[in-house]
Design a protein around this ligand. Structure first.
Ligand code: ZN
Length: 189
């Protein structure tokens, strides 16, 4: 039997609200793949999410994908022990897995602190107080990831700004690489 990978559905219903003037198009896409009938407190097939993102990008462009990524980053369900930036960095990949299920089982085991290795990784490392690197090997697209990473870390830096960019000279999944390397820059104030 093929593996059943699912994602938390909490953001699906909120996407039309961020679509602005494109709302009729987003509504059309959502209805076409039946995304709005999914319980936002529940789970949805990952393939449906990936398909929705691909359609949004094709119809509305990369900017919309970035906006959706931001929303997902804001809404990401986190475990209670992540209270500061260091914990957020250390647990980024764990939280990515915590928001996915494999055959009905959470892909991050909170008690053991282990992930099921099947959906790629978001590996974050602290370089300095103002710089983090993140290596991503997920099936999601760069623009989506950039928005997601930005909002994920924003929750832990107070008023400081967060900017995420591909690391200069790095490979990228959109150009045949296996991973994308991102640099997360955090302003001083
Ligand atoms: Zn990339």
């Amino acid at each position: 039997m093929a593996d059943k990978i699912e994602i938390r559905a909490r953001t699906a219903n909120e996407v039309p609200q961020i679509a602005g003037m494109f709302r009729p198009l987003i509504d059309g896409i959502g209805h076409a793949i039946n995304i709005f009938s999914i319980d936002p407190e529940g789970w949805m097939p990952r393939d449906t999410g990936i398909k929705a993102l691909a359609m949004c990008k094709a119809v509305l462009g990369a900017h919309m994908l970035n906006k959706i990524g931001r929303k997902v980053g804001k809404n990401m369900m986190l475990i209670a022990s992540i209270q500061d930036l260091d914990a957020a960095i250390k647990n980024f990949d764990n939280m990515y897995h915590y928001n996915h299920r494999l055959n009905g089982r959470l892909m991050y085991d909170v008690e053991k602190g282990e992930v099921i290795d099947k959906i790629g990784h978001y590996t974050a490392l602290k370089v300095s107080d103002t710089e983090i690197t993140v290596d991503v090997s997920s099936p999601y697209q760069c623009e989506f990831d950039i928005g997601l990473i930005e909002e994920y870390f924003k929750k832990f830096v107070g008023e400081r700004d967060v900017i995420v960019q591909h690391k200069a000279g790095s490979v990228c999944r959109a150009h045949g690489g296996d991973i994308c390397n991102y640099t997360v820059s955090i302003s001083n104030i």
